[in-house]
Ligand binder design. Structure first.
Ligand code: GTP
Ligand code: MG
Length: 445
């Protein structure tokens, strides 16, 4: 009936509906409806009203009771809405029932998020993943998307086999398309795996930025590594994974990965489809969990990210909470509250640079067992070793004695074998962790 891809253009006047059951869920429901408003606006759809309703009696046909359903439909008509958008997940059957009874399009949050991903996807991998998630979402709703499939196939392959109903044709085409998408994705992923292997060979410590959408993850990556990832004040600006090298204050090199953000009620199909993209982040040694500290919903954002990480099997990974956008905090009491709640966190502003030195020092601390501090006596003839230390570590001081260079240096442990023979006995102690800034608490062991 409605082509999902064209729906955002077809509908202009949305009525948003959030349903909850327990009184205790009211605050969250209101909060979620606000977020849905943001998501819907992102697609350029106008909003004519919102309803948040507590429903105790439900009816399988509608998700709500019949009375409430009639009330919502009447309200939609009164507002001349051309679509109803549910914050809750509605089954294909419920969707059909609402559409039949109201005569207008009925959409849910999942579909809105899918549409946003669809618009944002640029790389081949992201495109394939979004298409796959969309197909999985659409199969049970196939009656509604014939036109879309038809166009995808270029028209020709939609020929009906003998005795096949239109719906059966649709289902078959959809399954075939899913198969093709999976094959293509497998190909793209093979390339990614090769790149990853290269990096693992490098043995560099690997940090990944994770967090709620719009928290400032890409801005932080750009700040720390000089990368040029698109960072914008919109939901899901990033759908790809970017990994860059950066250098810590002690000269140690590390890798930093930025990836797609999370949101509450993230469609499971999308999580599934984007697993490979996220894998890059999930394989990291540490996670930087970035939060928008200026947003009053920060605690819920934190919980959401934790639960998506859990779903992805990375719930237990070592992580550091990074409270970003502190430049936007105007209320000192709020800041103090956050500091108490996230007592291990670092407060930064990726925009102004505030707190980045503290963050760096903390990262150094977390990774310091990966490096050693060395005193070496290197013959001039071994300029290659000096070059290696220069490239992979940091030379703290150099003195010359005859034909030897006396070098104090910090080097990643993995190069120890190469220089061991030139070590001078007295200073073999490991690098001291960098001193903490006053007032900050210790990193989690
Ligand atoms: N005031 C302020 N704004 C910031 C800060 N960090 C990021 N922003 C802004 O917040 C918005 C979102 O930043 P991004 O870096 O795109 O956020 P993200 O987490 O990568 O978001 P997605 O990729 O959409 O998940 C942009 O408009 C940034 O300029 C900060 O420390 N202070
Ligand atoms: Mg981003």
């Amino acid at each position: 009936m409605f082509d999902v891809r064209e729906r955002p253009n077809l509908v202009q006047r949305a009525l948003l509906v959030g349903i909850y059951q327990e009184k205790a869920e009211e605050a969250e429901a209101l909060d979620l409806i606000d977020e849905l408003r943001e998501l819907v606006s992102t697609l350029g759809i106008g909003i004519v009203g919102t309803i948040t309703a507590r429903v105790q009696k439900t009816n399988a046909r509608y998700l709500t009771g019949t009375g409430k359903a009639k009330e919502i439909i009447d309200r939609a008509k009164e507002l001349q809405a051309d679509c109803i958008i549910f914050d809750n997940e509605i089954s294909p059957m419920q969707q059909r029932a609402w559409e039949e009874d109201s005569g207008i399009a009925v959409i849910d949050r999942h579909e809105i998020i899918l549409d946003i991903f669809d618009r944002r996807a640029r790389s081949r991998e992201a495109r394939l993943q979004v298409d796959l998630a969309r197909m999985a979402y659409s199969i049970p709703r196939l009656k509604r998307m014939w036109g879309h499939l038809d166009r995808q196939g270029g028209g020709g392959f939609a020929a009906r086999g003998e005795g096949e109903t239109q719906l059966e044709v649709d289902r078959r085409l959809a399954r075939e398309r899913i198969g093709r998408l999976r094959d293509e994705l497998a190909e793209v992923r093979k390339q990614r795996a090769t790149q990853r292997k290269e990096r693992i060979k490098d043995g560099l410590p690997h940090l990944a930025i994770v967090g709620y959408t719009n928290a400032g993850k890409s801005t932080l990556l750009n700040r720390l590594t000089g990368a040029d990832v698109l960072a914008e004040d919109k939901l899901f600006a990033t759908l790809d994974t970017t990994t860059r090298r950066f250098e810590m204050p002690d000269g140690q090199q590390a890798l930093l990965t930025d990836s797609v953000g999370f949101i509450r009620r993230l469609p499971h199909d999308l999580v599934e489809s984007f697993k490979a993209t996220l894998e890059e982040a999930l394989l990291a040694d540490f996670l930087l969990h970035v939060l928008d500290a200026s947003d009053p919903r920060v605690y819920r954002f934190y919980e959401t990210t934790l639960s998506v990480l859990q779903e992805l099997g990375a719930g237990e990974k070592r992580s550091l909470v990074v409270l970003n956008k502190v430049d936007k905090i105007t209320d000192p009491a709020w800041r103090a509250q956050l500091e108490r709640h996230f007592d291990q966190a670092v407060m930064i502003s990726s925009q102004t640079g505030e707190g980045l030195d503290v963050l760096m020092a903390r990262l150094n601390e977390m990774l310091y067992d990966r490096v050693v501090r060395l005193s070496l006596r290197v013959p001039m003839a071994r300029a290659d070793l000096l070059a290696l230390i220069h490239r992979e570590g940091k030379i703290i001081s150099t003195e010359y004695e005859g034909n030897d260079a006396l070098v104090q240096a910090i080097l990643p442990k993995r190069f120890l074998l190469k220089v061991e023979a030139f070590q001078v006995q007295e200073a073999q102690a490991p690098a001291t962790p960098p001193s903490r800034k006053a007032g900050r608490k210790a990193a989690k062991p």
